[in-house]
Design a protein around this ligand. Structure first.
Ligand SMILES: [Zn+2]
Length: 190
């Protein structure tokens, strides 16, 4: 019998922000590094179910340099790079989700990153009911130095009491992670 070769699985790099001594933001006992890792791990599981290969830049609570993170994505020639962070502010008011892309260099990469950001943001807002702070341009190392379409998600403000409470809920993170995976899938199938 003849079998058609299975199509190669597309590789996606998911980057949980911070780690180790780099805690990121911390509000009460809630740490950005832990939230990012939890969410990224869930995104990885959902992407696996959809048939993608996934590399996490870290799968434990360890410090990884920004350079190492982009090197992992560039060396493995991943299709996409998605960094996951959570926000904080001096006051309690700001809340909502925003997604960054890098708006210089290759026009193709700019447009692709912007499109990915918009698809992921739309899905996240629908799934979580959070306020949309929009797609924004940012000059962060991980989205600047990667060679593939890349976005950096700020999944909510740990400093806003309402959002803080939601971010402590496993069910909320799970909803958020599924919507991120769905957005990535939608982009790659478009
Ligand atoms: Zn961060």
């Amino acid at each position: 019998m003849l079998y058609a070769a299975a199509p190669p699985k597309q590789l996606i790099v998911i980057d949980p922000g911070h780690g180790g001594f780099d805690i990121g933001a911390q509000v009460q006992t809630l740490k950005e590094k832990a939230l990012a890792l939890k969410t990224a791990t869930l995104v990885k599981e959902y992407l696996h179910k959809k048939g993608y290969r996934v590399i996490l830049t870290r799968s434990r609570d360890v410090f990884i340099s920004l350079k190492k993170r982009t090197t992992i994505a560039n060396d493995t020639k991943s299709k996409l790079f998605v960094s996951i962070h959570f926000n904080s502010f001096r006051g309690q008011k700001p809340h909502g989700i925003e997604i960054y892309y890098y708006n210089k260099g290759s026009k193709w990469r700019q447009n692709a990153s912007k499109k990915l950001a918009q698809l992921v943001l739309n899905g996240m807002i629908t799934a979580t009911g959070a306020h949309s702070r929009g797609v924004k341009q940012g000059n962060f190392h991980v989205i600047r130095e990667t060679q593939m379409p890349a976005i950096l998600i700020e999944g909510g403000f740990m400093t806003n009491p309402g959002e803080h409470a939601k971010l402590r809920s496993q069910a909320y993170l799970d909803k958020m992670a599924l919507s991120i995976a769905n957005g990535i899938d939608k982009y790659l199938k478009s």
